[in-house]
Design a protein around this ligand. Structure first.
Ligand code: ZN
Length: 422
């Protein structure tokens, strides 16, 4: 809420007071404190980033929010499974993308359950997510890696983000939101995330979620009351710089979440309180905002982000998370009819394995070759620092069907339609 409190709050992380007796649904605060203790330089770095984001909200956000379109952020999911049940299906993984997109766009079917008193500040955050369709090498992918492991509760160790330690290295953390699906512990923890600038080491940036709480079908459907995919909604909020509504620790009424439209709240809420729920920090009026995604209530009880939280998340997207916006990991889903191409010879066409494309206009220049499928989704990206006279591209990994091949250099675009046959 005010800018002095957050510096004080960050100092609190270094104090030994972190009393949490009850089971913790989310370990984000604890992991962050641990990272700050291990790498004290992060504290100052993080405080500076916070100042910049607050400045952006004050000075740039009003214009930005009036003009900008929805942003889309790419996700890669790494499944580290020990039992078959933990090796969750692709359908379950994709169901999470839908939940995220509904919750972040205020399209969730239970948005109407937000009490009338908070409806005016319940926000469409104008942020969407996509499952990566292009891997770091530029090849098509379903945005999922899978590894069978033997280590129990790898999410409690520092091994989950390292292939050599038995986990899975991240994909470029600046271009993908890395989500590791693995066992965390048996103490009730559902997940945790790294707010911007707090990951230690940087490779651990992203979030960790236990398999039975990811998505809303398959094994997740059995995980009542955490069965609707709201764990990832909550953790994505942290990843985009949101604090719990009661503040960075459970420090009482003196602690704030740096958002003006979430009422001061003493501590976490559980189950599903009835409106209005008051506490010793907000003891009248509309009470606390227990139905916020950044509280701990049951999945079927949390329904909203606030406008203030939206501003904070967009400050992160346009600040420390900015590199995600230029990621081609999902590519832009575009209307391919909007691209005006200088026709180019592409052969063989139809093809099954590869294409050769003449590049008479592009020789020697930097260029980007992009292949779109018929829905406008990017399925392959290739960057050339020095474009050869003829480009040969393997397309055997792509699905059959009509595609659009585009070679972009400077303001010029050339290419054409391509039919891939199997
Ligand atoms: Zn949390």
């Amino acid at each position: 809420m005010n800018s002095k409190n957050f510096l004080y709050a960050f100092l609190l992380f270094l104090s030994p007071m972190l009393a949490m007796a009850q089971s913790q649904k989310c370990k984000t605060s604890e992991i962050r404190q641990q990272n700050f203790l291990e790498n004290p330089a992060l504290v100052e770095q993080r405080a500076k980033a916070e100042v910049q984001m607050q400045k952006w909200i004050a000075e740039e956000y009003p214009t930005y929010v009036a003009q900008k379109d929805v942003v889309t952020l790419p996700i890669v999911v790494h499944v580290l499974w020990r039992t078959q049940a933990q090796n969750i299906s692709e359908a379950q993984i994709l169901s999470q993308i839908e939940v995220l997109n509904e919750d972040f766009r205020k399209m969730n079917s239970d948005a109407g359950n937000t009490p009338a008193a908070f409806q005016a500040i319940a926000a469409d955050a104008e942020i969407e997510f996509c499952q990566a369709s292009v891997d770091p090498a530029g090849n098509p992918t379903n945005g999922i890696t899978r590894r069978q492991i033997t280590q129990e509760f790898i999410g409690d160790t520092e091994d989950w983000y390292s292939t050599s330690a038995g986990g899975q290295d991240p994909w470029d953390n600046s271009k993908y939101i890395n989500v590791w699906i693995c066992e965390i512990d048996d103490q009730g923890t559902l997940g945790f995330a790294t707010p911007p600038g707090t990951a230690n080491p940087p490779a651990s940036d992203g979030m960790v979620i236990a398999p039975e709480f990811y998505g809303n079908i398959g094994t997740a459907a059995q995980s009542v009351p955490n069965h609707l995919g709201r764990t990832a909604t909550h953790e994505m909020g942290h990843y985009l710089n949101l604090e719990h509504v009661w503040g960075p620790t459970n420090g009482g009424c003196g602690e704030d979440d740096f958002v003006a439209d979430t009422p001061n709240q003493n501590q976490d809420s559980f189950g599903c309180p009835s409106f209005p729920e008051t506490d010793n920090c907000t003891n009248g009026g509309n009470g606390i905002q227990y139905m916020n995604f950044l509280d701990y209530v049951d999945d079927n009880c949390m329904t909203m982000f606030s406008e203030g939280q939206k501003a904070r998340m967009l400050a992160a997207v346009n600040g420390p998370r900015l590199s995600l916006l230029s990621s081609t990991a999902c590519g832009l889903t575009i209307n391919t009819n909007d691209i005006t191409l200088v026709p180019t010879t592409i052969y063989p066409n139809p093809t099954a394995n590869f294409i050769i494309m003449d590049t008479p206009l592009a020789v020697g220049q930097e260029s980007v070759l992009t292949i779109f499928d018929i829905s406008g989704k990017v399925v392959l990206v290739q960057n050339y620092s020095v474009t050869p006279e003829m480009i040969k591209v393997k397309v055997e990994g792509l699905n059959a069907g009509i595609h659009l091949v585009e070679l972009r250099f400077g303001n010029n675009v050339q290419g054409g339609k391509l039919l891939i046959e199997k």
